[in-house]
Design a protein around this ligand. Structure first.
Ligand SMILES: Nc1ncnc2c1ncn2[C@@H]1O[C@H](COP(=O)(O)OP(=O)(O)O)[C@@H](O)[C@H]1O
Ligand SMILES: [Mg+2]
Length: 256
């Protein structure tokens, strides 16, 4: 495809940024699944993405950030529980962007900052302390990876930044992490949020054999959390089964 045709294809459909920029481990192009196309095309200002481990969340949102930096120049922020995790998503944005043809050149690329000649600026930030993320104003997008593990205090520090920008997007992607925290609350109440979810059984690139092995190798609640995206609380499950046992025993005693 010529450079001009690549640009036309991307402009006509953001999902084509995924097709042009994402490669698998062998370096081959990857066809986005329907939910990935939906995320690429979504203009929702508040978007929750709840998918299993290895679904392709970070890949998709990394491609989406590349698209945004290309066509909507501005500040883009990536936050994750640790800087190491933010950098992983940052690298996905960089590698996707580098594969696109006929795009503004990169003027700075270090481990945590990507700057484009069109003025777009991407930062990878650690989400382990809300002090790290203060000081940015009116970003075009705030992306929160492993969002269910990002502290409520950090999330609370992000919200005011977006209030100052009329078209800023907040995109939170994650697997579940118990019935607690801002992501769980937002998912359950859903007010003002667009929501996208799939389980591992909806992922064409995850085989039933792989899932069967994973199910063998972890506890049932872990499997339900990681691959079926259920908000399961370990402690709660433990205590409730204990309670059930106690009730049964008491009943038996009362009758004996
Ligand atoms: N549509 C797809 N088809 C095939 N492989 C995919 C697709 N989307 C993502 N992948 C691959 O799945 C793996 C996990 O992707 P990643 O984005 O890290 O998942 P997650 O963030 O959901 O855990 C990567 O190797 C990625 O290249
Ligand atoms: Mg990920």
């Amino acid at each position: 495809m010529s450079a001009a045709a690549s640009d036309f294809a991307r402009a006509a459909d953001p999902a084509n940024v995924f097709r042009q920029g994402v490669r698998d481990a062998n370096g081959d192009p990857v066809e986005p699944a329907p939910w990935q196309e939906h995320v690429m095309r979504s203009e929702a200002r508040r978007h929750l993405i709840l998918c299993n481990r290895q679904a392709g969340k970070s890949t998709t949102v990394g491609a989406k950030a590349s698209h945004g930096m290309l066509y909507a120049p501005g500040t883009y922020l990536i936050i994750a529980p640790t800087l190491r995790q933010s950098k992983l998503l940052f690298q996905k944005v960089v590698s996707t962007y580098r594969r696109l043809e006929d795009v503004p050149r990169i003027t700075r690329d270090n481990e945590t900052e990507l700057v484009l000649a069109n003025g777009s600026h991407l930062f990878a930030l650690p989400g382990d302390n809300d002090a790290n993320i203060r000081g940015f104003s009116a970003p075009r997008a705030v992306i929160i990876d492993e969002a269910a593990r990002v502290a409520d205090t950090v999330y609370a520090a992000l919200r005011p930044m977006l209030a100052a920008s009329t078209d800023g997007q907040l995109i939170a992607l994650t697997t579940p992490y118990g019935r607690r925290g801002w992501f769980y609350d937002a998912w359950e109440t859903s007010a003002g949020w667009d929501r996208t979810t799939i389980t591992a059984f909806d992922c064409p690139h995850i085989t039933p054999e792989f899932l069967a092995e994973e199910r063998e190798g972890m506890s049932e609640w872990q499997f339900r959390t990681e691959y079926l995206c259920e908000f399961t609380d370990t402690d709660e499950a433990f205590f409730s089964s204990e309670l059930v046992d106690a009730m049964v025993d008491n009943t038996l005693e009362a009758w004996s």
